[in-house]
Ligand binder design. Sequence first.
Ligand code: ADP
Length: 194
Amino acid sequence: MDQENELTIRASFIKLIQGDITTQEVDAIVNAANGSLMGGGGVDGAIHKAGGPAILEDCKALVEMQGPISAGMAVITSAGNLPARHVIHAVGPIWMGGTLGEAEMLRLTYEESLKLAVENELSSIAFPSISTGAYRYPVEKAAPVALETVAEFLKEQKKGIKISFVLFNEETYNAYQAALNKIKASILPKKKHS
Ligand code: ADP
């Protein structure tokens, strides 16, 4: 039986943690980056600060090769001094009111990050709550999109992947816990009526 903050899907699982993503010992942490890949505030700033200059060097080399990245895309770099092995830099959508395809774009951002992880044979990935800081996506709307996208992806994977959502504050954690509870309720076997 899963803990309240966990959901098992085939050989994989999703776990919610309240904490700092820069301390996670996983194959990759995901950065809520901006398209320039030149660092920024929020989780992006924290990752570059804790990981040191090697991450920015890799980002610069990537931008020189392929130009800036747009919303919905993800790229992978080394992780410098972080305990994680890699950083996946993913660019989420800026919230514009919800009618400009933000949910679809947020879905794509998680999918592209997960595809990159599978391509690189990574099996433990930590996500922050993409877009819900400076990009202003309301967290109670972003949390179900994030969790449903990851759950759908894991359903297709034979090999187990450990996904953690590392949520920086209580409000964000609570929004993800509420969304996880709804997903769990929707996939429980239906009770037979006698
Ligand atoms: P975005 O620009 O995609 O909105 P932000 O970094 O501004 O990205 O915010 C995304 C989320 O990351 C917010 O919930 C913010 O509180 C959170 N965050 C900030 N620092 C950290 C950290 N060190 N670990 C995990 N999450 C963090």
